[in-house]
Ligand binder design. Sequence first.
Ligand code: URA
Length: 429
Amino acid sequence: MDAISIIRDKRDKRALTDDQIDWIIDAYTRGTVADEQMSALAMAILLNGMTRQEIARWTAAMIASGERLDITGALADPAAAPRPTADKHSTGGVGDKITLPLAPLVAACGATVPQLSGRGLGHTGGTLDKLESIPGWRARLSNAEMLDVLRSAGCVICAAGDGLAPADRKLYALRDVTGTVESIPLIASSIMSKKIAEGTGSLVLDVKVGTGAFMKTVEDARELATTMVGLGTDHGVRTVALLTEMSTPLGLTAGNALEVRESLEVLAGGGPADVVELTLALAREMLDAAGLEDADPAKALADGSAMDAWRRMITAQGGDPDAPLPASRAQHIVTAPTTGVLSRLDAYDIGVAAWRLGAGRARKEDPVQAAAGIELHAKPGDTVTKGAPLMTLHTDTPERFDYATEALTTSYDIAPHGTEVRVGPIVRE
Ligand code: URA
């Protein structure tokens, strides 16, 4: 078997055999297939797709590239009532900080939440990059440390350990810098290989749809959701999916430390309405899937128990929950050119601008800037006044402002005063 014939088969639209898939994933994980060969294959998959059988085998091969955890079994305590495990995964969006308040919230309601998360991908932010803006916080934990955090806080948000789906770790970083993210087979297998290998009992998928998502249409989002639910169910994981809106950024911030700050507002019982609504909707799905349908997540936000779980989790991972978050060295304010009603704010453009300011990476080895990003001062439906701030751009490298503002020139529309702007529901299906 060799990589070139496999690349040629996919380039020429032939389905790959089980043996070809097993071989290429194993050889890539061991380093005998080069990054440039895997990039070519990823591009061929993006362009020509995969059958259901190919996706199932590709996912199984990625799971088999590493170990499988049994978190529920490892945490079982014969002297205590079992806590069900529940996990959530988002397909990626702009301003999507939901995991940060959600994991401690669901833990405060009685579930164990092992949240293995990723870094920024393309124009979308990554949960680990966000949390790393908290001084001292560690994303990389050994399996034993991860279990300790789960025991003490009820939730953990960390990088998948080196042993878990290592094929995905390499491929994820490669896709980020080779324009090969937006592929249903590659996204579905990437997400589900990690989730199945981690051994969660139930899983809620937040499948984003809209300009700022990898899936731009409801039809594509539905296909991605159906593919992932099928993979999860086939592996014995209770899996449900919501299709949620991602044409407008979530909340009022996009960027690492900025999004941590907004998540803390939600945990303190405030925060933007759309972030709170989606956090609660996903919490209810997770609690239902875990058999805890009587729990009340709104109460856990209001009474501070979700914030307590957050503080325990951050502390257990080496972070200081009271330390000030990093602030940017330079800011630039974008003002409204006319008075009226903000009728559109494009999630993709905001994501690209935040990425250009330094919140994301251009090469897989690049660091991200903790303080870079965008603060929004208005959302669709809000009245805006000529000359008043529309958004504040943050970076430590002010020479990036021109490059970032270029991405913003067509990012919003302002309609005349009195225009009715309809803002659709966050949860679409
Ligand atoms: N999240 C993942 O883990 N993988 C993808 O490919 C996209 C989002």
